[in-house]
Write a protein that binds this ligand. Structure first.
Ligand SMILES: CC(C)=CCNc1ncnc2c1ncn2[C@@H]1O[C@H](COP(=O)(O)O)[C@@H](O)[C@H]1O
Ligand SMILES: [Zn+2]
Length: 329
């Protein structure tokens, strides 16, 4: 089960094809990938996405990229995938935010028709760079897709450079039962930002928690300890992403997960985030878990999917069957 994968951050082998198709862009490998040995600032990491966007500008590009990303996850054994993506409009190709999502949905449809053994769902991302107005528009637009695509578009993911602006708007506080589910990249900075308080009032379903370590750092608003209490109180799912997993060891909520005595202290799932960008090693190498423990965390993720109960029931035996085959035969 993969619950946190950015569409454009997950482009892997297809990037080579895109570069070859558009040589004029002069994009080299190191411009779209981050090797963990090379240190980059947060700003540089986010700038990389602007380069990745250059060759993916038409509905055909989005269709190809999405199909390939889905296929790569399926080839890796993912049976349920929640992709998330920012809708972009491009004057040069005429793609609009709406046709962008339609291209993604078309790829999902084609993948299904080609019998890929993976269920795919979609969350529409709000890029903080757009500010509250774009966030509000995106929220409204996502609600329309939610209503017109049965059990396919589920919600909103607040993403993007946390220093670039606030991506909140158009949602009323405390509406967890609102039609759209909400997944946040929060906190993404070493001290909580003003935005933290605002978005927490929206009662998110999931959080990324990159900087959710034991610091009591308090930027004048909500502190990390308040945030931990909040997550516990509302049982907000923690999305543990591979690029940040070295920091996982510092999360007080889940230190028992990464210790030898594996037990789940807080609802958590393991995710890849941007598998095309961050060239990282596996979960097992980054933690001291056994292969079986990594599998258990992954199989348990099925409890937190946004899809319907019937999808959940169909997935559970698939996960156990695959674990049995891989670990015991
Ligand atoms: C430092 C770093 C980049 C860590 C990764 N953690 C992230 N945190 C917040 N937003 C992200 C992250 N990775 C990808 N994104 C968002 O996903 C976009 C790329 O995928 P897409 O266009 O939404 O299809 C990026 O432009 C950015 O808005
Ligand atoms: Zn992410």
């Amino acid at each position: 089960v993969e619950l946190h994968a950015h569409l454009n951050g997950s482009i892997s082998s297809t990037m080579k094809i895109l570069k070859a198709k558009k040589p004029g862009l002069n994009i080299h490998d190191l411009m779209t990938m981050i090797d963990s040995h090379i240190k980059r600032t947060l700003e540089e990491c986010f700038q990389m996405f602007q380069i990745i966007y250059q060759p993916t500008t038409s509905p055909e590009d989005i269709l190809m990229v999405t199909k390939d990303v889905i296929k790569e996850f399926a080839d890796d054994g993912v049976k349920y995938l929640e992709l998330r993506g920012t809708s972009r409009s491009e004057n040069a190709t005429g793609i609009t935010k709406r046709t962008y999502v339609e291209s993604v949905l078309e790829s999902m449809k084609q993948s299904k028709e080609e019998n890929l053994d993976v269920e795919v769902r979609y969350l529409i991302s709000i890029d903080r760079r757009g500010g509250p107005l774009v966030a509000k528009e995106t929220s409204k637009f996502s609600e329309e897709f939610f209503l017109s695509t049965e059990d396919t578009v589920f919600g909103l993911a607040l993403s993007g450079d946390p220093t670039a602006g606030q991506g909140v708007g158009g949602r009323e506080p405390g509406r967890r039962e609102a039609v759209l589910k909400l997944a946040l990249h929060l906190p993404e900075t070493p001290t909580p930002s003003k935005e933290t308080q605002i978005v927490l009032d929206l009662l998110p379903n999931r959080e990324h928690g990159t900087f959710l370590h034991s610091s009591e750092g308090d930027g004048g608003g909500v502190g990390f300890l308040d945030l931990l209490d909040f997550m516990r109180k509302y049982q907000i799912l923690l999305e543990l992403c591979l690029p940040q997993v070295s920091k996982v060891r510092q999360f007080p909520l889940i230190t028992s997960i990464v210790s030898d005595s594996y037990s789940i202290a807080h609802p958590s799932v393991n995710c890849t985030d941007d598998r095309g960008v961050f060239l990282s090693t596996s979960w097992q190498l980054k933690t001291n878990w056994t292969q079986s423990q990594v599998w258990d965390l992954s199989c348990d993720s099925v409890n937190y999917i946004f899809a319907s109960d019937s999808t959940r029931s169909e997935l559970k035996p698939k996960g156990l069957e695959k674990k049995r085959k891989i670990l015991f035969f």
